[in-house]
Design a binder for this molecule. Structure first.
Ligand code: MG
Length: 381
């Protein structure tokens, strides 16, 4: 059986991936967490991986103590994540870390010719050109884990890519669908963390509330499927049952449906092209009865607009949008800025900072740092 290394193993995607791996007898050879040493070691006791890594290197002594006697190779920091990505024992890498920090491990896996199940969308938003060029050169497949991109990937199977007309990227609309900007002015952190359909980590839940998440996915889709901006139509679909669709030249629309459960796309990425029983509920269309579709409100949700603009600007602009958003979301979660300030800062950052070409990791890191510095300086603009 295949062996899988999981970066972000204690997060929402990571824990569900472990469930899928156990169900199908995949060997889990490496686990990496950001900060949660206790949960990481508990997973290690159960799964007996060869390697454990804590991304927050300041917690390495804690890991060393807690994992004593487990016989695992212990690593720390971004170097540890990259070492796992390229390790001989890794047959497929699941990258489900949150944020730009996932980019270097993705590049390390590609350099070592390891297939990637990619749940870290910021990797493609910030360094899309770099990642896709390197993956093509090394013949490394990237299997999308994001539910929408998995849906599109599934709908492309058995059809001619050259006859693809466009894609329909569905959006749940988040917890604030239908609200006006005036109603969003006083949204609290607690309100923004309540998502109607998906249970996820806090960063992506805020991104879903601002629709930044859909903007990031717009950019991610462009890179994964080599699309122009006008080939992507975003449709709000409140039930999160149609996970996305593709339209071919004959105007046939093919979609992928299922209950909103990440285990389906995680499993498809890990077991591709196999379709085996999944530990999830089957979809009953009659239980839902009605599925609805609407246009997004681009004026209210200006993070979405910012991402589409950044995507059209090209070069470093998407990386700037992502970096500004990561910094702004952290400030919102720390209760330093109001909810609507996130979109204001992301838009201001892409307008203020120069668009440059990103040809190496250092270029990406520099654009990202510039965006974060801009947000820090203009927090209360
Ligand atoms: Mg998604």
């Amino acid at each position: 059986m295949k062996s899988v290394a999981i970066l972000g193993s204690t997060g929402s995607i990571g824990t569900q991936a472990i469930e899928v791996a156990c169900m199908h007898g995949l060997r889990v050879t490496a686990l990496a967490a950001n900060t949660n040493v206790d949960k990481l070691v508990e997973q290690a006791k159960r799964l007996r991986p060869q390697i454990l890594c804590i991304a927050d290197a300041s917690r390495y002594p804690q890991l060393k103590e807690a994992a004593a006697g487990l016989g695992c190779r212990l690593l720390a920091g971004i170097e540890g994540l990259c070492e796992i990505a390229a390790d001989d024992s890794t047959e497929i890498l699941l990258n489900s870390v949150v944020g730009m920090v996932g980019l270097r491990p993705t590049l390390a896996a590609i350099a070592a010719k390891k297939p990637i199940a990619l749940a870290n969308k910021e990797t493609l938003v910030a360094g899309g050109a770099l990642v896709m060029d390197a993956a093509a050169k090394n013949g490394v497949p990237i299997y999308p884990v994001d539910s929408e991109h998995s849906a599109i990937f599934q709908c492309l199977q058995g059809n001619r890519r050259s006859q693809l007309k466009k894609i329909i990227l569905t959006a749940s609309g988040g917890p604030f669908f239908g609200k006006t900007r005036a109603e969003l002015a006083d949204i609290t952190v607690e309100q923004a963390l309540q998502h109607p359909n998906w249970s996820m980590g806090s960063k992506i839940t805020i991104d879903s509330a601002t629709l930044m998440n859909k903007g990031l996915e717009f950019i991610e889709a462009r890179w994964l499927f080599d699309l122009t901006p006008d080939q992507i139509e975003i449709v709000v679909h409140r039930q999160s049952v149609l996970h996305s669709a593709v339209v071919y030249d004959d105007d046939s629309m093919i979609g992928q449906m299922g209950v909103p459960d990440m285990k389906i796309p995680i499993q498809y990425a890990l077991l591709y092209p196999d379709r085996l029983p999944c530990p999830t509920k089957p979809l009953s269309l009659t239980d839902y009865g009605t599925l609805t579709f609407a246009k997004p409100d681009y004026d209210t949700f200006d993070c979405l607009t910012a991402c589409i603009r950044a995507s059209e600007m090209g070069g470093s602009a998407p990386c700037v949008a992502n970096g500004a958003n990561e910094a702004a979301v952290a400030a919102f979660l720390a209760r330093k800025i109001p909810f609507l300030q996130i979109g204001k800062l992301v838009n201001a950052a892409i307008d203020a900072l120069p668009v440059t070409e990103l040809t190496c990791f250092e270029d990406v890191a520099a654009a990202d740092a510039q965006a974060r510095a801009f947000v820090a300086e203009h927090l209360h603009m």
